[in-house]
Design a protein around this ligand. Structure first.
Ligand code: AMP
Ligand code: MG
Length: 407
């Protein structure tokens, strides 16, 4: 057992991976393809938005000085300003303009009274029923962006509102790190493709599942097929991974007689960063690097490969896409049930959750074996059962990680 290293805590394993992941080279892509990546450069506003003070309500643009006399105050309606039109006249004392949401404020107006607080008397006359303060229901010029200012800084993760801000500036392409190219290799004599007659074999589900997980995390997967359980076969398949940013293998990383992935990686000159993490499922994970390419030898059990993807690969892919904060998201909840285990490994327990009396309650799924996909199906979160703890009582406060693989 002397060649079996000590188990690395999950946080340290992730940190060791992430310190090797920097944003990939920049490409300019249409906004919708940039969703989920981070900006590779500061983007300056070219336009001040909104370009003018405008109304936040359908109502009347007024001079608040006119509203100081006892209510209601009768005003003369000079014009109606619609969104998309510019006002044509300045408000003089005793006058107002009917105005629609988004329409520019006429000069002289310093507030908007909502239509519900007015009573029309005639087409050109209205009674205002409330006094409002200056600025009421005005969306000020430049509230969204000021020309020349940094609109969004380098490293900003691009979600839907951020892309909206860029589109509003007329930006049709956006600088972001290119997507990571990810090779996915299955290993094992027992495996066949889904479209083959099994003849005593089992279908390789890891590769297509991992490819989907890669795509969902923003990467570009390429399937390399199935390598047989010999060092030569695995090595030959891995030798075809030049040009990939990340290589994922599954299975063959344990201490079995046919576990050749580590040997094959070593023979290819991949420098091993670590092997074996103090977690269940997923203990045999091996991670290494050759040149710019990061290699993850994921465990073979279908659930283990998905859990290790979630805990280690997905954060790495997101970091390559420029996102700085890639720690798996966490929410706090309570345990519905009891759990126990020996200390030593952190368990990531598949749970379903429900919202009851203001709290999130997590119920472990009946089967937690990692050998069957059934134990991942229906799970929406992983419950983190810490390494040093051996029992969690009913109602314990727990940390929950929302899963990215759910429908
Ligand atoms: P191993 O790490 O090679 O001992 O594999 C662990 C378990 O995962 C075995 O039961 C394998 O049959 C299973 N397994 C390995 N690779 C795959 C795969 N690509 N798809 C589904 N199951 C797999
Ligand atoms: Mg095997």
């Amino acid at each position: 057992m002397s060649d079996v290293p000590a188990l690395l805590p999950v946080e340290e394993a992730r940190a060791r991976i992430l310190e090797r992941c920097a944003p990939l080279p920049t490409e300019w892509v249409p906004g919708d393809d940039a969703l989920g990546r981070a900006l590779a450069e500061d983007v300056l506003a070219r336009r001040t938005l909104p370009p003018w003070d405008n109304s936040a309500m359908d109502g009347y643009a007024v001079r608040t000085a006119d509203l100081s006399s006892p209510l209601p105050v009768r005003l003369t309606v000079g014009e109606t300003v619609f969104a998309g039109k510019l006002p044509t006249r300045e408000l003089t004392p005793g006058t107002c303009a009917r105005i629609m949401t988004g329409a520019p404020l006429p000069p002289g107006a310093d507030a908007v009274v909502m239509r519900e607080r007015t009573r029309p008397l005639a087409p050109d006359s209205v009674e205002v029923l409330e006094a409002v303060a200056p600025g009421n229901f005005i969306r000020p010029r430049g509230e969204d962006a000021r020309e020349g200012d940094v609109l969004l800084g380098r490293g900003t993760p691009l979600g839907i509102p951020e892309l909206g801000l860029l589109w509003a500036q007329g930006m049709t392409s956006v600088p972001v790190p290119r997507r990571p190219r990810v090779a996915v290799l299955s290993t094992g004599d027992e495996l066949c493709r889904a479209d083959e007659p099994p003849d005593g074999r089992i279908v390789d589900t890891n590769a297509p599942a991992l490819a989907l997980a890669v795509r969902r995390a923003g990467g570009l997967p390429t399937l390399l097929g199935i390598a047989r359980d010999t060092r030569e076969a695995v090595q030959e398949a891995l030798a075809r991974t030049d040009g990939f940013d990340v290589v994922l293998t599954s299975a063959g990383v344990s201490v079995g007689d046919h576990d050749f992935v580590k040997d094959a990686l070593g023979a290819l000159g991949v420098e091993q960063h670590f092997w074996r993490v103090a977690i269940k499922p997923g203990k045999p994970l091996v991670v290494g690097q050759r040149g710019p390419t990061l290699f993850f030898g994921l465990p073979g059990n279908p659930t283990s490969s998905l859990v290790t993807f979630e805990l280690f690969v997905r954060p790495a892919l997101r970091r390559l896409l420029g996102i700085q904060d890639v720690e798996p998201p966490r929410v706090s909840g309570r345990l519905d049930g009891r759990l126990s285990k020996p200390p030593g490994l952190a368990h990531f327990v598949r749970v379903t959750v429900s919202w009851r009396a203001g709290e999130l309650w997590a119920k472990p799924l009946g089967t937690q074996t990692s050998g069957v996909l059934r134990s991942a199906s229906a799970a929406t979160h992983l419950l983190h059962f810490p390494r040093e703890i051996s029992s969690l009582t009913d109602g314990s406060h727990v940390e929950l990680l929302p899963l990215s693989w759910v429908a």
